[in-house]
Design a protein around this ligand. Sequence first.
Ligand code: AMP
Length: 394
Amino acid sequence: MKKILAINAGSSSLKFKLINMPEEIVLAEGNIERIGKEDAIFNFKTNEVKDKRTLAIRNHEYAVELLIKGLIEKAIIKDLREITGVGHRVVHGGEKFNDSVVIDADVIKEIENISDLAPLHNPHNLKAIKIFQAKIPGVIEVAVFDTAFHQSMPKEAYLYGVPYEWYLNYGIRKYGFHGTSHQYVSSRVEKILNKKDAKTIVCHLGNGGSLCAVNAGKSIDTTMGFTPLTGLIMGTRCGDIDPAIISFMMSKTKKSLSEIENDLNKKSGLLGISGRSNDSREIEAGIEEGDERSILAQRMFTRKIATYISSYHVLLDGADAIAFTGGIGENSPLTRQEIIDRLSVLGVKLDPELNKKRGAENLISQEDSTIKCFVIPTNEEIMIARDVIRLINQ
Ligand code: AMP
């Protein structure tokens, strides 16, 4: 039995799960938010206890100390040596990493080299890697990259129609993200259908969102690109737009490039269209009230997703399954219904009763639907823990 810590570190947050492997039993989990603030939130839970506190957490070092203290105080572990491995979600692995990897000095250097591709994410992931190295000396650390699963995309899928030298000299290409989630969900579909070569369209719909076309366990296309800004309309991100809009809006508004980028990342998507919220629960409340812009935001959101599903159906030469995951995909029957209704020309048929169920793994399509539809709650931490074990055993 091995205890593996799965870590997802952001600029001001740190999420964790301690998992007993190979049983895949979660011993403790939690998240620390607003790191760097006087009123940070420490959230820690096991089967027996729930501990939620507001306190000053100056930095990530202290956040990790609190996490470790929590594990020992709550008798989840007696000694740090009980932790066999730590797996870190790392956002960008560039073209260098097409699989998870045991972290050593060379890997750290490579992740640093890639950091200009993900300046908002990779440095925080690296910081967490170094803190755990210091706090749990000698522990095996593994990097699990959000981009790695998509490295199987063919060149015709990942290149943009821009000068080829941009790719050669600057690495301009589609990398894709949410890879760990797409891999987990598509592998669940393979198991449920008992079909190793299943063709699955995974719809990861959360505050960020992406679709992935998976053929026999391999990503062949995905909607996010060089960055997570493109593809679907998201909570606050614009998704696909005409790049000429950027210079046009700079000249019209006299805003700087970084201000326009901020608008596209933080003030667009469901929030920008509805003028109300990035949260689909609020959009649904707006729809109930007859708010026109909420109705429009939802229609744009589901239209875009249905358009990508139909194009991936063609790319896959006929999909076996469509799987919904992420906060919206798992919890919003309305969104799933609107998307699937738009696919009726393909013979996809939703079962409205099955679709009402929330949060659990479920078939939601009718028996005679041409493509089976599922809700599959994602579990990136289990994938991280499995990769740590696989690499330890290699
Ligand atoms: P994630 O980024 O995967 O954590 O998803 C977060 C998003 O899921 C929120 O911003 C909401 O838009 C959405 N969400 C969570 N719960 C519900 C719910 N019960 N109904 C509709 N949307 C939900």
